[in-house]
Design a protein. Structure first.
Length: 409
């Protein structure tokens, strides 16, 4: 038997907390669990506002604890559970708020956390899981974009295992297992190019949220989908890759690959390139994060090599997509610049989705916010959350100024 394909018995049982269970990554995670219920036990599920979906997940997966964002969500969750017919004696403990997220992420009952809350709201709980030495399947990219230095230091000090779920980093993680890290000259992340890859720059001021949400290859939450349309998402991934694999930004390249089948490539010093290829389905990296260092049967159909296919690779357009370049610059600058980058982008994306600003103004709001918030060295998660708050407030002002037509750059 080959080294990487041990018997099924080598796969260990895992007890999970799923942060963001009602989202795109969360529901895919629960599908992986559903397909391998002999391998996984769900200890806790955490959602934001979608009490209806959470109630259905509780009825199916029977966690010990369920968390929602607010007391209103908790009341609605109770109503949905009543309506579901699940006897009260089978209900989990029901709680709400950020402290509850931290508690279920660090609970002694679990060994693994899937971190799939969107935004910096997922940071304190993910950090707690790391402090408790858990395995963290990390989907939430804002954790490393906002607090990479602190998070990676905590991983080293507390023996936590950070296994990336983002498909590109998951691909890189797999490629890096093949050779000596010292012999790697480049990490190459692929990008689909988003829905506006072929849209002329002159047409970009007029694109709508609906068009931007129409991602060509991935079905994801709305924030990451808009970030994919501006290539901000790829910029975040460059930052994430620098932290995860200890590369300077100059050693991380982006290549446009519209088919999204090759997820990442590693170039070794001798010019050999290894690529990680698999079905375009997030259940692949999620399952890997749960089974690593072992492998389990594919959760989705494998690539069919009998049917013809064509794969393209193109350089990114840094002029048309300025947020990608800005991400490199923020990571080079260090300090809290990447935290501001993420916070400002989140506000700008929200404003774009609400129709308050146009597509091109997303990058402008982010640039203006970065120019107004001085970078500093955060020493704690509290410091990060302070920078995040300050940056959001500044970005909101920039949005308001634009919406009122009184922009001064
Ligand atoms: N989707 C992908 O394919 C993909 C790929 C790579 C990386 N990621 C990253 O993974 C993360 C999740 O992405 P997604 O696409 O799954 O997003 P999504 O579909 O929008 O789901 C976000 C999840 O976070 C929950 N949530 C939001 N605010 C919360 C709060 N304050 N407290 C508790 N829960 C909260 C939401 O709950 P409710 O829905 O109940 O409000 C939902 O369960 C993001 O950081 C994204 O960048 C996603």
């Amino acid at each position: 038997m080959m080294a990487d394909t041990p018997g099924k018995d080598a796969l260990r049982m895992r007890t999970l907390t799923v942060l963001g269970s009602t989202g795109s990554i969360g529901t895919n995670t629960l599908d992986v669990v559903r397909r391998n219920s002999h391998l996984y036990r769900v200890y806790a599920l955490a959602a934001g506002n979608n009490s209806e979906r959470l109630a259905a997940q509780i009825a199916e997966f029977r966690p010990a604890v369920a968390v929602v964002a607010t007391s209103d969500c908790l009341s609605r969750l109770t109503e949905y559970l009543d309506a579901s017919g699940l006897p009260r004696r089978d209900w989990p403990e029901l709680v709400c708020g950020p402290e509850a997220l931290v508690r279920i992420a660090g609970a002694p009952e679990i060994d693994t956390v899937i971190s799939a809350i969107v935004g910096v709201a997922g940071l304190p709980a993910t950090y707690e899981a790391i402090l408790r030495g858990k395995r963290v399947g990390l989907a939430n990219k804002e954790v490393l974009v906002s607090a990479g230095c602190l998070v990676m230091q905590a991983v080293r000090e507390h023996g936590a295992e950070l296994v990336p779920v983002d498909s590109e980093h998951n691909g890189a993680h797999q490629c890096l297992r093949a050779g000596n890290r010292q012999a790697v000259s480049k990490l190459i992340l692929t990008a689909s190019g988003g829905p506006f890859r072929n849209t002329p720059r002159e047409a970009l001021p007029f694109v709508t949220p609906g068009e931007a949400l129409n991602h060509p290859t991935w079905k994801m939450g709305s924030r990451i989908t808009i970030d994919s349309a501006t290539l901000m998402n790829k910029g975040f991934e460059v930052i994430e890759a620098c932290w995860l694999f200890d590369f300077p930004p100059s050693q991380v390249d982006v290549v446009i690959h519209p088919q999204s089948s090759v997820h990442a490539m590693i170039e070794y010093t001798d010019g050999s390139v290894l690529a990680q290829i698999c079905a375009t389905d997030m259940r692949m990296p999620i399952q890997y994060a749960l089974t690593y260092p072992e492998r389990a049967e594919a959760p989705v159909p494998k690539i069919d090599w009998a049917s013809a296919r064509q794969w393209e690779f193109l350089p990114p357009d840094f002029v048309k997509f300025p947020l990608l370049k800005l991400a490199y610059q923020c990571q080079e600058a260090g300090g809290s610049a990447t935290c501001t980058l993420n916070a400002a982008d989140e506000i700008a994306v929200e404003a774009f989705l609400q129709g308050r600003i146009g597509y091109l103004a997303i990058a402008e709001v982010v640039e203006e916010t970065l120019a107004r918030i001085p970078s500093r060295t955060p020493r704690s998660v509290g410091d990060i959350l302070d920078v995040d708050r300050e940056s959001r407030a500044s970005a909101r002002e920039r949005v308001t100024a634009r919406a009122a037509g009184t922009v001064t750059v």
